[in-house]
Design a protein around this ligand. Structure first.
Ligand SMILES: NC(=O)c1ccc[n+]([C@@H]2O[C@H](COP(=O)([O-])OP(=O)(O)OC[C@H]3O[C@@H](n4cnc5c(N)ncnc54)[C@H](OP(=O)(O)O)[C@@H]3O)[C@@H](O)[C@H]2O)c1
Length: 236
């Protein structure tokens, strides 16, 4: 059954591969990130892969107005269960005392506040329909303490708590919420980090995208509340 699916952070890495994986099931997609050129290219790739429609929405999740703008894009999509896949995120790993505070605050802004903003904007439509799904792409950093990742870990742990409470509040009204904890994944996120685990040991973004596709394909009579997916070597 074709659904209406919003993927944030669709312009690269896990979000891009998730969008392409979901496209194969013929859904209507809204692709959200800041880089319009990449979204436009991805939209065409999604259509080629089988998407019912693919809409490029160049928006900044650090802007509180973004949530309502995403809801506007959904309004034009017609029928189908509404699914929100929150993928967008930034990471600035480094010594807290040596790096600008803005780098750390930005992770909270995008990874936590942006996720809250978009979820808040789409929730009323899900409740009105009596069904909806939210998949939050978090991180094993919620459960594992990595050094020099304080704000990143806090943003993901905050999003985890947000999702758990969201589920407790609305699951009896048809909302299904999944917290997905991927381990290290080979994406551009690591390009700007000083030192990273071996890229060849990481998950591929395609693998994580396939996991999200499976979560979206789950029949409505079950909920995967939490899922951890790690590379064969485990937490790197
Ligand atoms: N890579 C890993 O090892 C790993 C592991 C576990 C979890 N994760 C999580 O997976 C998610 C995707 O990460 P990735 O590895 O695929 O990284 P990535 O390749 O750097 O992709 C990040 C995505 O987020 C978007 N984004 C960043 N800031 C944004 C903003 N202000 N507004 C809108 N979109 C924004 C980027 O698009 P624009 O730049 O075009 O805006 C891009 O599409 C993140 O939440 C990350 O924390 C990653």
């Amino acid at each position: 059954m074709s659904k209406r699916i919003v993927v944030t952070g669709a312009s690269g890495g896990i979000g891009r591969e998730t969008s392409l994986a979901l496209a194969k099931d013929g859904h209507a997609l809204v692709l959200v990130a800041r880089r319009l050129d990449r979204l436009v290219e991805l939209a065409q790739d999604c259509l080629d892969a089988g998407a019912r429609s693919a809409d490029a929405a160049a928006l900044d999740l650090a802007d509180p107005a973004t949530g309502p703008r995403v809801a506007d894009h959904i309004a034009a999509l017609g029928h189908g269960e509404l699914v929100l896949v929150n993928v967008a995120g930034v990471a600035h790993f480094g010594p807290l005392h040596e790096t600008p505070v803005e780098d750390h605050l930005r992770q909270i802004q995008v990874n936590l506040l942006g996720l809250v903003s978009v979820t808040h904007a789409l929730l009323p439509q899900m409740l009105a329909a009596g069904r909806g799904q939210v998949v939050n792409v978090l991180s094993v950093a919620v459960h594992v303490a990595f050094p020099y990742a304080e704000a990143y870990s806090a943003s993901k742990a905050g999003a985890y708590a947000f999702g758990k409470s969201l589920s407790a509040s609305y699951r009896r009204q048809g909302l299904r919420v999944t917290s997905l904890f991927p381990g290290a994944t080979d994406t551009p996120l690591w390009d700007s980090q000083r030192g990273s685990p071996p890229r060849e040991d990481m998950l591929t973004a395609q693998a994580v995208g396939q996991v999200v596709r499976e979560l979206v394909r789950l029949p409505a009579d079950r909920v995967v509340d939490e899922m951890t997916v790690t590379p064969p070597k485990g937490v790197l």
